[in-house]
Design a protein around this ligand. Structure first.
Ligand code: GTP
Ligand code: MG
Length: 195
């Protein structure tokens, strides 16, 4: 198979409480921009990120699920068919760390049982105000995680690593025949979204 045809496409979710920084991290990974103003996500937003892993073009269709409570009823609908999930908490808000188990439960039904779970601590540039530490992550109960990253959408620390690890985990977890799509099909999908 030629390199140009080796392409994989995965739907992934990013979930976590309102204002933890989900949209900011998606914006950083796609455009490297950072916006200090908070504009809550109404329902769900969508991002496309393409990465290359072992000569395979991996396209992530990221569903950025609005975290504020008034959108709770819509959540499960967005999860349908997702192959991976980022669980985001704000390192300066302990409550957002404890919410993660509820987040997993609220999307579980639509999520593939094999879905890699990547835990993301956001706002690592505000570590002086931290309310969650590595020990808390190590003693996490209720669900298992495949990888963990400290990230900052302001400085970019940890952001590319988190997305690359997700891509690697997805490729490893789903068999080739499950993820292969022609490069042309993927281009068609990308045409609809921000890249
Ligand atoms: N200092 C700092 N601020 C951040 C970082 N990431 C996000 N923020 C700020 O946190 C606020 C919320 O960020 P969003 O990305 O909109 O949060 P969200 O999780 O998408 O929120 P919802 O859409 O309501 O679920 C904004 O004011 C961002 O500028 C970060 O890494 N460092
Ligand atoms: Mg948002």
């Amino acid at each position: 198979m030629s390199t140009a045809d080796e392409a994989a496409f995965f739907k992934v979710l990013i979930v976590g409480d309102g204002a933890v920084g989900k949209t900011s991290i998606c914006t950083h990974i796609t455009t490297q921009e950072f916006f200090a103003d908070y504009h809550l996500t109404v329902g769900c937003d969508f991002f496309i990120k393409r990465l290359y892993v072992n000569n395979i073009s991996v396209t992530l269709q990221i569903f950025d699920v609005g975290g504020q409570d008034h959108f709770a009823r819509m959540r499960s609908a967005f999860a349908d068919g997702a192959k991976g999930i980022f669980l985001a908490f704000d390192v300066t808000r302990r409550d957002s760390f404890y919410s993660l188990e509820n987040w997993i439960n609220s999307v579980q039904e639509g999520l593939d049982p094999k879905a890699p779970k990547v835990l993301i601590a956001t706002k690592s540039d505000l570590k002086a105000d931290a309310e969650v530490w590595k020990d808390d992550v190590d003693s996490l109960e209720g669900f298992s995680i495949d990888a963990y990253f400290d990230t900052s959408s302001l400085t970019g620390d940890g952001v590319p690593e988190a997305f690359e690890t997700m891509a690697r985990l997805l490729l490893a977890r789903y068999k080739e025949e499950e993820y292969m799509k022609s490069a042309q099909q993927i281009k068609f999908v990308e045409g609809f979204y921000r890249t």
